[in-house]
Design a protein around this ligand. Structure first.
Ligand SMILES: [Zn+2]
Ligand SMILES: [Zn+2]
Length: 303
């Protein structure tokens, strides 16, 4: 085997650049493309921008976008209740990866089509698969292998290794969200939500901002997941940039009043029912305003 590429003075630089670009392409492909755009419609982008980001997720071995979206919408509908495809209440390993092995039994093609009516007319998304069949997974695997062999052939072993390593970590990052961000002994919660969702900082680092998962369950349509000043969300930073460039519009931000109403309040605070019109889906109670500290002015930060 020829190891000369690794001993070149430029090898470390090549590795670093390939690793970072591969990580962002794959990571944002999942978080911006599959998740915030296709699943939750938190923003609108031109079709070519959608295909660019979605291709990143596909080449991170996420499988057919339509079946991914169907799974994730089911997760939000049944979070940590019977029927949630990957709640850790059904076991750690189940949440981490075993759930993938029999999704077809939990969600047939008709159910996938029903969940994803808005995506079924897109010819490219349809082509990649409209069910949890083994065929769509094999097609995804084959295209992932071809993509990486092309990198090896055209750019050499350093680029290939960096891309492979980035792809490996990115592949596991949403599985970490599904698992650690629903474990009640991890992280913290900012908002009331009817599930076990948590914000876990190290998952947020690995998963391009998606570890702020309690925020996401409280405000699923919001394109922004990191809502406190310390909750860095690189996917949100990218969406913000796309918006400034005129490549994203109708970007959904969390409603400030609803955020203040659903903030988890200090223990012992007196509980009253919120005004019905201000009540987000996830809110179960709020406390009297005079007992609450000033809400963080998140609305200001996103303007
Ligand atoms: Zn979740
Ligand atoms: Zn979601």
């Amino acid at each position: 085997m020829d190891f000369s590429a690794w001993t070149q003075p430029s090898a470390l630089g090549t590795f670093t650049v390939w690793f970072l670009l591969s990580y962002l392409y794959a990571g944002l492909g999942i978080t911006l493309g599959y998740h915030r755009l296709l699943t939750h419609k938190g923003l609108k982008v031109p079709r070519w921008v959608m295909y660019f980001f979605v291709s990143g997720g596909y080449l991170a071995l996420m499988g057919a976008p339509i079946s991914w979206v169907a799974t994730h919408r089911l997760h939000h509908q049944k979070s940590d209740l019977p029927g949630d495809p990957h709640s850790p209440r059904d076991g750690f390993e189940h949440a981490l990866y075993k759930w993938m092995l029999n999704m077809g039994e939990k969600q047939g093609p008709e159910e996938v089509a029903r969940q994803c009516q808005d995506l079924m007319s897109d010819p490219v998304l349809r082509l990649l698969g409209t069910s949890h069949s083994a065929g769509q997974a094999q097609l995804c695997l084959a295209l992932n292998i071809a993509w990486r062999l092309a990198i090896l052939a055209f750019f050499g072993p350093v680029a290939f290794t960096a891309n492979f390593l980035a792809g490996f970590i990115v592949f596991w990052s949403p599985q970490f969200v599904n698992t650690f961000c629903h474990l009640t002994n991890h992280g913290y919660r900012n908002f009331e939500s009817r599930d076990d969702s948590r914000n876990v900082w190290w998952v947020a680092v690995l998963a391009c901002g998606e570890g702020w998962h309690n925020n996401h369950h409280a405000f699923p349509k919001s394109a922004r997941h990191g809502m406190m000043w310390w909750e860095f969300d690189i996917t949100w930073a990218t969406i913000w940039m796309l918006e400034k460039l005129g490549l994203a519009k109708d970007v959904v931000r969390p409603n400030e009043t609803a955020m203040a109403a659903s903030r988890i309040k200090p223990a012992g605070a007196k509980v009253v029912e919120p005004v019905e019109s201000l009540k987000p889906a996830a809110v179960i109670s709020i406390v009297e305003p005079e007992t609450v500290a000033e809400p963080v002015a998140v609305g200001e930060a996103v303007k």
